[in-house]
Design a protein around this ligand. Sequence first.
Ligand code: GAL
Length: 376
Amino acid sequence: MNKFFLSILLITGLVSCENSAQKQPFSPGELWLDNNGAHINAHGGGIMFNDGKYYWFGEHKTEGEGGNMANVGVHCYSSKDLINWFDEGVALSVDPKGSESQIEKGCILERPKVIYNTKTKKYVMWFHLEPKDGGYTGALSGVAVSDNATGPYKFIKAGRANAGYWPLNVTERHKTGPIPSEGQYYGGGSLPDHPDTLNILARDMKGGQMARDMNLFVDDDGKAYHIYSSEDNSTLHIALLSDDYTEHSGTYTRAFLGRFMEAPAMFKKDGKYYLMMSGCTGWSPNQARSAVADEILGEWKELGDPCIGDSTKTTFHSQSTFILPVQGQKGKFIYMGDRWRPQDAIDGRYIWLPVEFEGERFVIRWRDSWTLDDIK
Ligand code: GAL
């Protein structure tokens, strides 16, 4: 072959290689490498878009089963294209062993999310916190703040939610009904027919409501909400935060009573609010759930499992963690889920899939590989 022709081929090849690098697809479930060639370590995460960049925050897991505990903290990555991620390091570090801090190494620190407050110009992180050696009994909400997107974040406090406040949709039954004892755990399926006969809400009214799986959502008017599995996971709460986003405001509502919704991920499209959620089966995946509402504080209407073709009814072997609006592409959203590896936590995988809309509901289909152009 003539040298000139060969070099033309090579050059063309190189050019098309570059193009394909830019168009690199999402490959759900595969290892996803950062700029250093390490598998991204941001589990149970969420993404904040700020100043032209996406920032992905998530649980920094370590090897083995013990790696589900918070041994390091919250990791942050940044990207302009959602494919190539730059390791920004640990945004919130846990405190050393023996420090007696609420976020001492070995605590459980899950599902961290960050939002930016345009008034205070602070980045505010919320997470589910279980202080060390207490199992999952704490059900606390932790808050940390930073002047920079990537941190370092300073831990401010952790506590129960909305202490001293009844929800907007409290009933007489809550205020006057019998109260169950503290510390009794009611797992999925073990509730009585009417969940409110248990009245965990009233039990926790003074000391504050439990919050485990959680998410944050900032509405178009700048108001931010904390969405969390409460009342021993049995009922979801949607709570308005203070103007600076660092506290609960006391305004909140209950939704999906006795449905044990976990892993809530909220988004808004054409004025409607949507939620994707899971059932409550620990690290094992279960069938997804979805819901829609005209007002963020409800009424919420369940829309069923949004996953199409998910024959094993396991959310394509994942659990929701966030629904990401693609910037500059109105109406395009990405489902972000975790495929947990509880025996080797650091090896958990990310399942990202396009969100599509059919009638009043949203749906998610499996794809081995896809690009943003595939989102209709
Ligand atoms: C899941 C929850 C995870 C983690 C896990 C622990 O249900 O979504 O965030 O808490 O349980 O078993």
